[in-house]
Design a protein. Sequence first.
Length: 418
Amino acid sequence: MGWHQAKDGRAGPGRARMERAARSGGVPSSLMRPDIANYGGREQAYVKHHFLADYVEKLVFKVASHRDVVYVDGFSGPWKDQGENFEDTSFGIALEALRRAKQAWARLGRGDRKMTALLVEKDPQAYERLQEIIPRYPDITITTFNDDFVKVVPDLLAAIPDDAFSFVLMDPKGWKIDMHAVAPLLSRSNCEVVFNFMFTMINWSASMPNAAIQAGLEALMPATAWKAKLDDLEVVAGETVAEARKRVLVSAISSVVERLGGYPFVMETPVLFPTKDRTFYSLIYATRSTKGIEVFRDCQHATLKAQDQVRADLQTAKRDDLFGTADMFGSPMTGNEFAGRWMAEQEALAREALLNRVPIGPQSIAYGALWPPILAQYGVRKTRLGRIAAELKDRGDIRFLDWGHRKQVPDDGYRVTR
Ligand SMILES: C[S@@+](CC[C@H](N)C(=O)[O-])C[C@H]1O[C@@H](n2cnc3c(N)ncnc32)[C@H](O)[C@@H]1O
């Protein structure tokens, strides 16, 4: 089964629309989304690919307006794919996004962007299947490596032109990665990273006394005191032990990516077990750009909503199996699923952070300096934070010194005080 065109009700990619999209850093036409029919029994991979498809397409389209793009897949697979054309694999999704961006910019007369994919796969059988993708994308320069990702980091670096933008995906089956060895790749100045942090496996391994396991985890999260923090776990009010352990481990890996890669903004989005309200793995995203934060939150919200729908459909299917019924109307959403609850909680925290970060007059801060750290820390979308700021202004809690006539949300240049 193939791709799904996202039903966002928008028209096709006319030139004016594409140029508008380019200016706003968006994408020119409907997003290509993975097809759930290819993910039976591995719904968590659908959620991961939903995020990846939205994110890579938006990123590549934006970046390709001014730079060549190199996609690096450190653990590319194919792995448990069910589609006919690798459309349910990370590299299949990325290659499609590279092609679409290349075609879009060529149609706009903006030249021929060079698109490259560097795909690493250690397993010989999977590597052999990986070769099948190459003739399907003659418009993209694809180089494959049948090796251990960490070992080929110097070759990958050598294959990325200095002025190209690289997007690195690390999606291992496990967690044995020496982050010091990967650091030179992550710390390139024009680079972004998505790392699939196998939380459940890492959390479980962290309790094992085995010295080799402990050393491996230390190589993954060096100098973060992860072990001491787990041993003296502080569980804060309203948090379960599993959530506290996740907080410690996600914060450890985030600080490693921040420190070794030199990223000011590192964020996480959870991928849940298909039928349990617990994190299966965490997607860790690192960027140096405020636009990246904004795009990440948009993609995260769309993905969390899709995740809720998939989980609700699974529940319905389970119930139908049990009672021999068939729901002809799909799975209705109550609004109290994970995404709704999480977003409400994040919004309350973001509102509080916004109030706390606005300085007392006569001092003021530009809104463009205010929103990025808040959005990097809390799971709200930029438009929603802008509306919260407008509500706080209307209530008299904060004051904007430059608010324009009929404006709904603040511009970055507006000064704000309280
Ligand atoms: C979780 S799968 C990747 C799935 C793929 N990213 C996707 O979303 O479609 C991990 C892949 O990494 C490969 N692998 C495991 N260890 C590796 C290593 N050290 N270096 C490179 N590839 C490795 C496995 O054979 C497997 O195909």
